[in-house]
Each structure stands twice: as C-alpha cells, then as structure tokens.
Design a protein around this ligand. Structure first.
Ligand code: PLP
Length: 403
C-alpha cells in the first residue's frame, strides 16, 4: 500500500467514503441499494441542537483555535463525569475526531500500534504520515483492545526490527466488532502500555452508545491520565456526522500540555477553529442537559435492539458473530458457511463485498478494510437507519425505544 493506503502509491479515498459515494451514484441512477456499509447514524437530530446551531450564527469570527472557553469548560465537565478529572485547558474542539486524530498522530513522532481488526482510518492516517503500523491481534469478543501478551511481544519485535512504536490506539466500544473490552483487559493492556512507554489514544466516539446503561466502562484515561489522549465527538451518539464536531482531552502534566500545544499549532495552520455556529452546539451537547442525555440513551437502546436482532439472524444463518455491546455495527464471521459461499464464487472478503453489492444491492464493508485477513469472510453491517417521513415521526420512533 502507498502512503495514502492505495495500491502502487496512488492516493486512495478512504474505503468507507468511497463505498458511500458509489452507493449515492447507484441510487441517483435509480438503483435500489440497502446501504449497510457506512458508519453513519440517521437517527433524528435533537431539536435543542438545531436551535443552538441557529443561535450560534452570531459567531462570525474565527474564534480561538482550541475552542471558545465555554465550550472547553463543557468538554472538561463531559470527561469529568466519565471518571477523568479534567481542566478546560486540557480540552480542544475541532472539526471531527478524525481530524483531531490526524493532528495527534502528526504531533507524536513514532510508529503506531493498532488492534486488528480496527477502524479503517487508523492505518491509512499513520501511513500518510510516514509511520509504520504494528498490528496486534484482538482476542475474540474483546474488540478494540489487543491481547496484553501479544501487545508486549509485538512491541518488542517491532523495536528489534528497527521500528519505533510510540502510540497505541484503542477503541471503546469498537468499530468494526461492536465489542466493549472488559475493564480487566483494559487494565492489563494499560499496564503493558506504561511499561513499554506507549502513549494511548483512546477513541471513545461510541462510548455513549454502549447499549446496556449499567454496564461498567473503564477507559484508559482513568488508569493512565498522564499518558492517554481521549477522542470523542457528536457524530455517532447524536447522529451529527455531517456537522463535524470532535473533542480531544490531552494527558495530565507537562508532557500532556506540550502535546496539546503541538496539536493546537497544527490546528492553527489547518482548520483554524471549529466553525462558530457549531461551537454553540458543542457547548450544549457536552454540557449534557437532560434532553440530550435522554436522546443519547434512547439512541443507544435502539441501536442495541437493532444490532441484537441482526446478530440473532446472522447466528441463525450459521455465522459466528459476537453480540455487539455498543455502537451500531455487527461483524459476522462467515467461515462456517464457506462452502455455500464458494458455490457462488465468493471466496474472500473483497469478493463478498462485491457480490453483495452487484448481485443483491446490499452495500457492506468487508473485513480486509479493517486490517483483517482478506481471506476471512467477515463484513461489517452498520444498522443506523431510522425511517419516518417527518422529523417529528422519527423522534417519536426514537423515544418509543426508551421505556
Ligand atoms: N473513530 C471511529 C472508531 C469511527 O468509527 C469514526 C467514524 O466512523 C470516527 C472515529 C470518526 O468520527 P468523526 O466524525 O468525529 O470524525
């Protein structure tokens, strides 16, 4: 793969965005496509945030690079409520957590350790920056957090081979598997990260979409507050992907402040600041008034019900499939039905994705895009559509999910 992830050095558009574009073209040409291949939630937007967006129109100036003080204060409160005491100067808002991630990777020299499978963007971003990727297997059902023993040995081997692993990206809960790593695993992996001097980037964009409201979530920043960057945003929990609001929490202490300053410098030379009107949205959303909490809670329940039902169907059809614990993905392994698929010419992940789209009008993203073995017949299903003719109808459907 070239620096952008493409073959023979050609720059490649991210596979999920490329697939989304292809689906749009097919739909525009009159085809009926069931689009399950893009990590986008179409649940309704909370009316309060639409009001805040309009109220934010007064912010016609660029504003501070890191975000307006009231937004950073709301962001600090957001992390503190999740067990990580945070001051406003540790927080930066930006146009999506993806842009913040790129800035963090650029600001930390060194190679990048990634769970396999993991979100499609981590490896291409690392390679765009000229970094090596060190993949580490994830135990079944643990999604997003690698096996501690394999992590330690992968870091040692990478160093012996001349690589310089400095960063470890964890995803809680995970994309593509939907799994949530148990606290004990997070604890052990954080111990390895500390012993090997790795900075942890904890991608928690799906954290508020853990389906079971009483399930314990332990984030790495609770254990390693001076060694963890936390990334989150409004794209998934509030279905606002297109509004582009991301939030980063930098580590405690002088090294954390230095990293924040490097990311701020990068932000100042790239996006300058989060769009003014969205600062008002971010301020309200991260302050989590009851209306927003109820909306997110209902969304998590609905995603849990839908992914659970899809999981059951896939299991009944013979797929091995961990039951998702958060977010809106299921990640079935079709190894058990390999002979039946082979009879239709489907022998690997790319052919599975192509046949489902060309033969059945079903868009899914196959496992090799997530750093999985291309021979493995795995694909990710995003189940985030909610139909209804009017915003009011869609809101009513959403809130019916909240008993
Ligand atoms: N992190 C993960 C694991 C994701 O799945 C996604 C979106 O698909 C993002 C980050 C990007 O989120 P944002 O819209 O904040 O850039």
């Amino acid at each position: 793969a070239g620096p952008g992830g493409g073959a023979r050095g050609r720059p490649a558009v991210s596979p999920n965005l490329r697939l989304d574009q292809r689906v749009r073209e097919r739909v525009a040409a009159g085809e009926d496509v069931l689009h399950l291949g893009f990590g986008e939630s179409r649940l309704p937007v909370p009316p309060l945030l639409v009001e805040r967006l309009a109220a934010g129109a007064v912010h016609q100036d660029y504003g501070p690079v890191e975000g307006r003080p009231a937004v950073r204060e709301a962001g600090a409160g957001y992390f503190a409520r999740r067990g990580v005491p945070t001051t406003p100067d540790q927080v930066i808002v930006g146009p999506g957590s993806k842009a913040l991630l790129l800035a963090v990777l650029a600001a930390v020299p060194g190679d990048v350790v990634l769970p396999a499978p993991c979100w499609v963007t981590y490896a291409p971003q690392s390679r765009l920056l000229g970094r090596r990727v060190v993949p580490v297997r994830v135990p079944d059902g643990c999604g997003g957090v690698p096996d501690p023993g394999e992590l330690a040995s992968a870091v040692r081997h990478a160093r012996a081979a001349g690589a310089d692993p400095r960063l470890l990206v964890l995803t809680l809960p995970d994309n593509p598997t939907g799994a949530l790593a148990p606290p004990e695993l997070v604890r052990r992996v954080c111990g390895v990260a500390e012993r090997h001097g790795l900075l942890v980037v904890s991608d928690e964009i799906y954290r508020d979409l853990v389906h079971d409201p009483v399930r314990p979530v332990l984030g790495p920043a609770e254990l390693l507050p001076a060694r963890t960057v936390v990334l989150t945003g409004l794209s998934k929990s509030l279905a606002l992907g297109g509004w582009r609001v991301g939030l980063a929490r930098f580590p405690d202490g002088p090294a954390g402040r230095a990293l924040r300053d490097r990311v701020t410098a990068l932000a100042s030379e790239s996006w300058s600041a989060l769009a003014g009107p969205l600062q008002e949205v971010a301020r309200t959303a991260f302050a989590e008034p009851p209306e927003i909490r109820a909306h997110v809670r209902a969304s998590a329940r609905l995603h849990g019900a839908v992914t659970g039902a899809v999981h059951d169907l896939l299991r009944a059809a013979g797929a091995r499939c961990p039951r998702p614990a958060g977010g809106f993905y299921v990640y079935p392994d079709l190894a058990a039905v390999r002979p039946a698929l082979a009879a239709h010419g489907i022998t690997d992940a790319p052919s599975l994705q192509a046949r489902l789209l060309d033969g059945f009008g079903v868009a899914v993203l196959a496992g090799h895009h997530f750093g999985d073995d291309p021979r493995a017949l795995r694909f990710r299903v995003a189940t985030s559509l909610l139909h209804g003719d009017t915003p009011e109808e869609r809101l009513a459907v959403l809130h019916a999910a909240d008993p």
